[in-house]
Design a protein around this ligand. Structure first.
Ligand code: GUN
Ligand code: FE
Length: 435
């Protein structure tokens, strides 16, 4: 048993923020929290009280690992051009396992340093590079879902970067699920079935992957109603929206993570809520590719499970809190944005705003709910996944501390990252605290 003494802030339910001054978090060898008690109720192994505040670890629901090398670039063209001009050529390079391993190691270290304790990854179409990403997460101690990307549709996918046919998409995904589940000592990484998006997959591949989801119980991730082009393409091909098509293929389950979803209809929201599927809200990426602001307040009102995603590299930041604050900004722009068809006194969508409290919830417990993982708050039975945050220029009242962290903390101010009860990253110690 270990016990960490610290000041805590968490959001165990949406809309409720709890600050616990001087707490003792006790957890077992498997990282499971056994008790959260008064700081002086028992001896502590580690005392972090003078080094900042402990928050639950950040949950990033949507990352493309192989796109890390182009993070911050290439956002000058729409999604469909970005894929063929920049992204497919880059991802194709991951046939080279040495290159893949180099990028994966750098990315997982960066995300841990940035406070991401749980990450949901798209890898590439290649089994070996995808497995290397899963191994890298396990080795470096990051909780993760990793998917081998399935994309088989000739014409829609370039010949140099696609599965050879639907059977290959299905069989290679099945092999990958087995390989990840068989990794020795694996208690952190799960496989996730990953049809890239409907436009890149044949009906046969989508149906087979849906059957695989049912037979293996594995989680599912894909892009859903991301942009005008993508949403329209699916309507045209399927005669229905992404969400209802995914549902017919068996790909909309309690374990599904839908990235973006900026164009989902009210009926889609009802269907997604009924299935219990979740949404990875990626506000930075949506600003470039989405052609719409995700109607977050409306989706929250329908009780959808919603967390945040960086969408590396459709989003230009590897720091989830950049997306937390962007979710607040985007909601304000939706509420107050200019609609040229309306006059100045009648613009935007009323009651769209969220604030830092909702953003914090989505970045932690909300993401955990999407994944149905026992993380995201400090409570007996949950895992000890946490970040120590030390705001350097903090002059204000302690009541404002969380808001400041959500709205302006930098990665360097995340000084420790804990996953499953182990400190897996401590990149920087503030000079005031060096011993
Ligand atoms: N749709 C299909 N592939 C991708 C991708 O890699 N990124 C984003 N943002 N959307 C996609
Ligand atoms: Fe994406």
């Amino acid at each position: 048993m270990q016990a960490v003494r610290a000041h805590l802030i968490h959001s165990p339910e949406r809309g409720r923020i709890e600050r616990i001054e001087d707490a003792l978090v006790s957890f077992d060898a498997a990282g499971q929290i056994v008790r959260v008690a008064d700081g002086n109720s028992a001896p502590a192994n580690i005392d972090l009280r003078s080094q900042g505040v402990l928050l639950p670890g950040l949950v990033d629901l949507h990352i493309h690992a192989p796109q890390f090398p182009q993070l911050g670039t290439g956002l000058d063209v729409p999604l469909e051009d970005w894929l063929s001009k920049y992204t497919f050529p880059l991802e194709a390079r991951f046939a080279d396992l040495t290159y893949a391993a180099f990028v994966h190691d750098a990315l997982v270290r960066r995300l841990l340093a940035n406070g991401t304790t749980t990450a949901v990854y798209f890898a590439t179409i290649h089994g070996p590079s995808s497995l290397n990403l899963a191994e890298t997460c396990l080795r470096l101690g990051q909780r993760a879902f990793v998917g081998k990307v399935a994309m088989d549709l000739a014409g829609a996918c370039p010949d140099y970067y696609r599965d050879s046919d639907a059977a290959a998409s299905i069989n290679e995904t099945a092999d990958f699920i087995k390989a990840v589940r068989a990794m020795p000592g694996n208690d952190l990484v799960e496989p996730i079935i990953t049809p890239r998006f409907i436009p890149s997959c044949s009906d046969d591949a989508l149906a087979g992957l849906g059957e695989l989801a049912a037979s293996t119980g594995a989680a599912v991730q894909t892009h859903c109603s991301e942009s005008d082009w993508e949403h329209g393409f699916v309507l045209n091909r399927m005669g229905k929206t992404d969400a209802s098509a995914l549902d017919e293929f068996g790909l909309l389950t309690r374990r599904s993570v839908l990235a973006h979803a900026g164009h989902i209809t009210d009926a889609d929201m009802d269907l997604i809520a009924e299935r219990g599927a979740g949404i990875a809200h990626c506000p930075l990426s949506n600003a470039y590719f989405g052609n719409a602001v995700f109607p977050l307040r409306r989706a929250l009102a329908k009780a959808l499970h919603i967390g945040l995603g960086t969408d590396i590299s459709g989003g230009h930041s590897a720091f989830l809190l950049d997306n937390a604050r962007a979710s607040v900004t985007a909601s304000r722009m939706l509420e107050e944005g200019v609609d040229p068809s309306k006059d100045a006194a009648n613009r935007g969508v009323d009651a769209s705003r969220i604030d830092f409290r909702d953003a914090f919830y989505m970045a932690t417990k909300g993401g955990a709910e999407v994944l149905d993982l026992p993380v995201g708050a400090f409570k007996a039975g949950l895992q000890m996944d946490a970040i120590l945050v030390n705001l350097v220029d903090d002059f204000g009242p302690v009541e404002d501390l969380l808001q400041k962290i959500i709205m302006r903390a930098t990665p360097a101010e995340i000084t420790q990252t804990w996953v499953a009860g182990k400190c897996v990253s401590a990149p920087m110690v503030h000079p005031d605290q060096s011993v």
